[in-house]
Structures are given as structure tokens and as C-alpha cells.
Design a protein around this ligand. Structure first.
Ligand code: GLN
Length: 481
């Protein structure tokens, strides 16, 4: 059995009676047992998956209504609540936290008969881009286990790339869906801000982040969006998408579309192989009728600094709730007065989260806010104005998703600024609330390279059509077994 099939193919096979849900789920679990001790995509596995598969098979057999996922195995980043399962955010602070409810995205998937096969690894509280900051050890890149898989949704990208789940949901604050998708050669989607409910996503930087699908194909992303996008009364930042069908017309092509090549994301600091992949992607899209011009966005130079200033500020506030009193890990109160207990308990956060919280207390504080936080907010609004102007001239923007190839474990971990700069092509979409996608494009000396397309807010459908067009120009090898 081919575990590497797309979601749409899986559904077709189950519908045609060529495959039972139980067969596929059992094989997926066998696959996880075989490869996950080396890859560590998962933090926990759903023990009831086979029972759930049998129940869906029963419904199929007796011609009852079956949801459109038909028992497909989907993994969920471990910063989203799945009722009754541990939701750790890859942090020791939440090692015993069992979610009391389902995130909206999770209940929508369950309603469509998806099987939540497990919870995937991440950088602690989604802060990082290599999974090296997971308190439970990193995930490994299935293309070469000496290399990072990207992050922070690294476990999700590994799971999809290594056929340990058909699709996954990650979260993208500054690139956390797109970066690991690029490093693992899968599709990663960051929707328009507000398109997907964040209810049940444990907040890191709530004004900036979004949940997004990680899939094998662009069509699968459109299929998932059809299920999970739209207004949610539990998250008042969500927007009404008029029940858009993202799959319908996905093969409309790019004929006549104008695409801007972002100068600041394609020159300085870009690896030669990455640059040449971009050149190829541009020429492939040109051969399908797209027109290109160079676009300069001056504010991109300041985007990473602004991003880390704003997100640290929000993280400082969002993570203040972890006092280990309401929920947390096993740490006895005995012998402590209130403040010393909390400060001692909070030592269980890892180094990166601690760094962000300290920074997040400092940059918006009286006497410093003007120099840091408010300046960052100005960059955000200027960058948004620049991108909006650019998107009056062109329909979409293109760049490599990540300026560099996947790197080795340990290579950047001691240099936070070097790590931050890996985000230089992804944070713009988050700061400006635009949709952006990473499309797997090339394997260069055994390491994946993804191409990023970005469009205007609520142009998600057009963006997916362009991504699909680019996808048709490449045939990538599957991850080595
Ligand atoms: N690397 C970025 C950060 O650490 C992005 C993480 C994310 O998108 N969650 O904040």
C-alpha cells in the first residue's frame, strides 16, 4: 500500500472501495512505529485511532453519511487543543496539561470524519525554526537526519513528508508552517489573517499568527481550507469568507497574472542553489503565461527586527498565565511564598522562551517603548502600506520561502540573531496579514528548497491557483524510505 498518496487520492480510493480506513490507519501506525524513533515527528499518538477507523468503515459499509475526510489520518501540532489529549506546546511547563476542549479546527476536522492520528513536535511554544527548542528533543529532517526539519511546526512537516500522516495542521507566526514545509519538501500555507479560527490554538503572538495546513499537494491544502476556514463565533478576529470553494477552479492557471519579484528577499544572503531554484520557478511560471517585474520593498530590511519586537511583547503577555497554579507540571508548593513559588516554577521554561519573555517585558516598558515597541509598530504599518502599494501593481509576490538550505543541528542554536535572520522572507506576510504559501520546488544535493508566493488579503483562492500552476511544473522525488 502506498502511504504517500495525497488526501484527495486517499478519499477516492476509500470511496471506490479499494481501501478500508482500518487498513490505511493500521499501516500509518506501523509506519510511525518504524520511523518515528529516528524522526521524532510525534509527541503523542492517538491510541483509539484503529477503533475510530473501524467505526468509519462501518458507516461506509452501511451507507450512512460519512464526512468528507473519510477517516484520513491528520496530525496536529501540539499547541492546539484536542479534547482529552495532552497538549504540551513541547514545554515542560505543560507536560501534564490535558486539553478540556477541541480547537475549532479540530472539531471541524472531526465532524468531517478525519482521524487525529497524533500531536506533533514543535519548538517550545512555537518559538524557533528548527525544533531544536522542543523540551522533548528535536525532530529530524527525513531527507537527511543530520539536518533540521525547520520549525516551529517541524513535527508536522516531518510527519507529512515521511508519510506518517496524510496532512497536518501547524501554526505560523513568522513562518512556522512555511519554513518547515520548505525544509521538508511539502506544501505549507499561511492564510490571510482571520481566515482560520485560532480558538484552541495556544497563543504565542495572537495578533500575528494563524493556523495553516501542511500537505503533500496544493489541492490538499485547498481541500482542508474548505473545511476549516471561515467565521467562528469563538474567535472574533475571524473573517467571513462567504464559504469560498478553494478547490473549485484550482487549475485556472496564471496566464496574464503579474508577479513581483521581491528584490530584498532575493539578493543578499540567499544561497546560490536557492537563487537558482527561484530563477527556474520564475521561468516555469513565465512559460505558463505569468509576467514578472522586480519590486522593491524598503521596509523588508527592518521586518525581522520589528517582528521579534512585537511577538516578544505579545509572548510576554500571553505566557504570563503560566504560574503553575492553574495548570502545569508537578512541582510542590510546600516551603514557598507566592512570588518565589511562581518564579521558581517558571524556571521550567526553556532558554528561548525565557529569552523572549524577558525581551517582551523590556521592549514595551515605560521609557523604552518609543525606541522599541512603538517603532516596531511603525515598521509594521509602513511595511503594510508598501506591500499594499505593490499589490496594486502586481497580483502576487514571489521569493524563496527561506533564503538558505536546511542547516545541520547545532549550527545556529548559539546565535539567536543568525536564527532570526532565517525568517527574513516569511515574516512579511505575517506582519502585513497577507496569505502566503511555500511550494516544494527542488531537491538540491539531497536537501529541499521551497518557493514562496504571497498575495493580497482574501486573495487566498487566486494564490492557491498560482501555487497549483507552479506545482504542475515539477515532479519531485518522494522522501527516501
Ligand atoms: N521563528 C519565528 C519565531 O521564533 C517564527 C515562529 C512561528 O512562526 N511560530 O518567532
Amino acid at each position: 500500500m502506498n502511504l504517500g498518496i495525497s488526501a484527495l487520492k486517499y478519499i477516492e480510493e476509500v470511496k471506490n472501495g479499494n481501501l478500508t480506513v482500518e487498513e490505511f490507519i493500521s499501516k500509518t501506525i506501523e509506519r510511525i512505529q518504524k520511523v518515528d524513533s529516528a524522526l521524532h515527528a510525534y509527541l503523542s499518538i492517538n491510541e483509539q485511532a484503529i477503533d475510530q477507523a473501524r467505526q468509519i468503515d462501518k458507516k461506509i459499509k452501511s451507507n450512512e453519511n460519512v464526512g468528507s475526510c473519510m477517516g484520513m489520518p491528520i496530525s496536529i501540532k501540539d499547541n492546539m487543543c484536542v479534547k482529552g489529549t495532552k497538549t504540551t506546546c513541547a514545554s515542560k511547563m505543560l507536560e501534564n496539561f490535558v486539553a478540556p476542549y477541541d480547537a475549532t479546527v479540530v472539531s471541524k476536522l472531526k465532524n468531517e470524519d478525519a482521524i487525529i492520528i497524533g500531536k506533533t513536535n514543535l519548538d517550545e511554544f512555537a518559538m524557533g525554526l528548527s525544533t531544536e527548542f522542543s523540551a522533548y528533543g528535536p525532530s529530524k529532517n527525513p531527507w537527511n537526519i543530520d539536518y533540521v526539519p525547520g520549525g516551529s511546526s517541524g513535527g508536522s512537516a516531518v510527519a507529512v513528508s515521511a508519510n506518517e500522516s496524510i496532512a497536518s495542521l501547524g501554526s505560523d507566526t513568522g513562518g512556522s508552517v512555511r519554513n518547515p514545509a520548505s525544509f521538508c519538501s511539502v506544501v505549507g500555507y499561511k492564510p490571510t489573517y482571520g481566515l482560520i479560527s485560532r480558538y484552541g490554538l495556544i497563543s504565542y503572538s495572537n495578533s500575528i499568527e494563524q493556523i495553516g495546513p501542511i500537505t503533500k499537494t496544493v489541492e490538499d491544502t485547498a481541500f482542508l481550507l474548505n473545511m476549516i476556514a471561515g467565521k467562528d463565533s469563538q474567535d472574533n478576529t475571524t473573517v467571513d469568507n462567504q464559504n469560498e470553494d478553494y478547490l473549485q477552479g484550482i487549475d485556472s492557471g496564471v496566464e496574464g497574472k503579474k508577479i513581483g519579484i521581491i528584490k530584498e528577499m532575493t539578493q543578499e544572503g540567499v544561497d546560490a542553489q536557492v537563487s537558482s531554484a527561484l530563477t527556474k520557478a520564475i521561468s516555469n511560471l513565465e512559460s505558463l503565461g505569468a509576467k514578472f517585474e522586480e519590486i522593491s520593498l524598503d521596509m523588508v530590511e527592518y521586518s525581522v527586527a520589528a517582528y521579534y519586537t512585537i511577538t516578544a511583547t505579545e509572548a510576554g503577555s500571553n505566557l504570563a498565565r503560566y504560574d503553575n497554579l492553574r495548570y502545569g507540571y508537578d512541582f510542590d508548593l510546600e516551603g514557598y511564598e507566592f512570588n518565589s513559588y511562581i518564579s521558581k516554577a517558571r524556571k521550567n521554561f526553556g532558554p528561548e522562551v525565557t529569552r523572549r519573555m524577558i525581551l517582551g517585558g523590556f521592549v514595551p516598558s515605560a521609557g523604552h517603548a518609543g525606541k522599541y515597541f512603538l517603532k516596531a509598530m511603525k515598521v509594521k504599518s509602513k511595511l503594510t502600506a508598501e506591500v499594499n502599494d505593490a499589490l496594486k501593481k502586481v497580483d502576487m509576490l514571489i521569493s524563496p520561502t527561506v533564503p538558505i538550505l536546511p542547516f545541520k543541528f547545532g549550527e545556529k542554536i548559539d546565535d539567536p540573531v543568525a536564527l532570526f535572520l532565517v525568517d527574513s522572507n516569511t515574516v512579511t506576510a505575517n506582519l502585513t496579514e497577507k496569505p502566503a504559501i511555500s511550494i516544494p520546488f527542488e531537491i538540491s544535493n539531497g536537501l529541499p528548497i521551497g518557493i514562496q508566493l504571497m498575495a493580497n488579503s482574501m486573495q487566498d483562492k487566486m494564490l492557491l491557483q498560482a501555487a497549483y500552476a507552479l506545482q504542475t511544473t515539477v515532479k519531485l522525488p518522494e522522501v527516501p524510505a
